[in-house]
Unconditional design. Structure first.
Lengths: 81, 383
């Protein structure tokens, strides 16, 4: 799975959680939650969806490591290895 | 014969439009069955019945707008023999059937799914959503679908439509104006050191799969529910005096992504475990955002909780939702200097406020309640 594939999947999952946002417009270092105005409830749903889709397990302690698109993509790539 | 009336789904509701009957005469209904869908300022709401029996007659036609309290149907209870219907048509109803102005919101066929943004654009541009085929999840109409329809120039409806966000805001504003006009509020505030609660939560989450993970708000809801069993004066309605309620149904403020708030009830919050409360939130928040609530969830809250969640301001002062007598506000948990036993430290601190009705209780009661909530959050294992 390439970085581009992961990014597209992230966009799709974000779209499902927050249908009216435009995740494609996120810059690599934007804080995803703040930019898309995602609350803690939807953030949790997003992590659930990420874990299910990529077959990874994101412990709560790692939430801080996946705040931006850049961080999130690199986190997923590492977890999948 | 049991009269099934247009329910009041909050202090702000004066009338509703029957969108659809889900039953016909002769159908057997039992408590909790959804028998009608009503279009209100808060969207399409499933209306439940609270009696058991056989639908005798439907008195209101679909698309008819009637005031709250209007008899919509007659239900023959199991025990009584079905009587002839002539005597069952009180004049009052015909009187209320006089032509009423159509609700100025886009009427949609039942079951149609629309994202709030798509709905807003459609309303602004006068696009009839019934004519659009959705391409989103579960055939939901998305913003793109509406934009395509605008390009394809689907004939706009003639009347000016009020957008749904605006309509929800107007409904909330009406209730809040009534509250500010009629309820003598008093306000209390306290700070809680959330260290222990957050440590407990993080340990608890390590034992849970990501799907079952808990958010801090469930601890807050549980603490409120338990404290209400000890200070029940805050749980109830002001209707010719304080009517304390036995059931603790917490109205939980959910903000809609397109703007506006809705307050669905978490029933029997005191009887639910922490995990059950989280499951309730997992069920009710997405349904609220999709505007798919049941009448009991909009009409049976006995107290309200507003929780700002992380990344927001520290303090919120609520306005009581009538006829309730109290609202609890939780701000964002933020690190603050904390003095304890002569030492200064930095702790995750939560500001809790209480706005309560001075006709029903006074500051001493309110203070007792907030201190009880605080004590529970200090001993999370007891929750």
């Amino acid at each position: 799975m390439t970085e581009q594939d992961i990014k597209q999947t992230i966009f799709q999952l974000l779209k499902k959680i927050a249908p009216d946002t435009e995740p494609e417009k996120l810059k690599p270092d934007d804080d995803i939650r703040r930019t898309l105005e995602i609350d803690s409830f939807d953030a949790l749903q997003f992590v659930v969806a990420l874990d299910a889709h990529f077959g990874i397990e994101t412990p709560e302690a790692d939430y801080g490591k996946i705040a931006t698109l850049r961080q999130l993509i690199s986190y997923i790539m590492k977890q999948k290895k | 014969m049991i009269e099934f009336q247009m329910p009041s789904l909050g202090a702000d509701m004066e009338a509703g439009t029957l969108a659809e009957w889900l039953v016909k005469p002769g159908d057997l209904v039992k408590r909790g069955d959804v028998i009608a869908v009503v279009d209100t300022q808060k969207g399409l709401i499933d209306i439940e019945v609270f009696d058991e029996g056989i639908i005798h007659e439907l008195l209101i036609k679909e698309k008819e707008k009637v005031p709250v309290g209007t008899v919509m149907a007659l239900i023959a209870s199991d025990k009584e023999p079905v009587v002839k219907q002539e005597e069952k048509m009180p004049a009052k109803i015909t009187e209320e059937k006089k032509p009423v102005e159509k609700l100025p919101v886009t009427e949609m066929r039942h079951g149609i799914k629309v994202s709030p943004l798509a709905k807003r654009i459609a309303v602004e541009k006068g696009i009839d959503l019934n004519l659009i085929k959705g391409t989103g999840e579960g055939d939901a109409i998305t913003k793109e679908d509406v934009e395509r329809a605008i390009v394809e120039n689907i004939a706009p409806k003639e009347e000016r439509k009020i957008d749904s966000t605006e309509s929800i805001r107007m409904a909330v504003a009406a209730a809040m104006s009534k509250s500010n006009r009629e309820i003598p509020h008093y306000y209390l505030e306290t700070k809680v050191d959330m260290s222990k609660a957050l440590v407990w939560l993080s340990e608890a989450n390590k034992q849970r799969s990501v799907k079952q993970r808990l958010l801090p708000v469930v601890l807050l809801l549980k603490a409120v529910a338990k404290a209400l069993t000890e200070v029940p004066e805050l749980n109830g309605y002001w209707e010719n005096g304080l009517q304390q309620k036995d059931d603790i149904n917490i109205g939980f403020v959910v903000s809609l992504r397109s703007g506006g708030v809705m307050i669905p009830a978490i029933h029997h919050a005191d009887k639910k475990s922490i995990d059950e409360l989280m499951a309730s939130l997992n069920d009710i928040i997405p349904r609220t955002r999709a505007m798919k609530l049941r009448s009991s969830e909009l009409s049976e809250s006995t107290i309200t909780v507003t929780n700002l969640g992380e990344g927001n301001v520290e303090t919120v002062y609520g306005i009581i939702y009538p006829p309730q007598v109290a609202i609890i506000g939780f701000g964002s948990i933020v690190e603050q200097p904390w003095a304890e036993t002569g030492m200064l430290d930095v702790r995750p601190v939560l500001n809790i406020t209480l706005s309560a009705d001075h006709r029903a209780t006074d500051g001493a009661t309110g203070s007792r309640f907030l201190m009880t909530v605080k004590n529970y959050l200090d001993k999370p294992a007891e929750l």
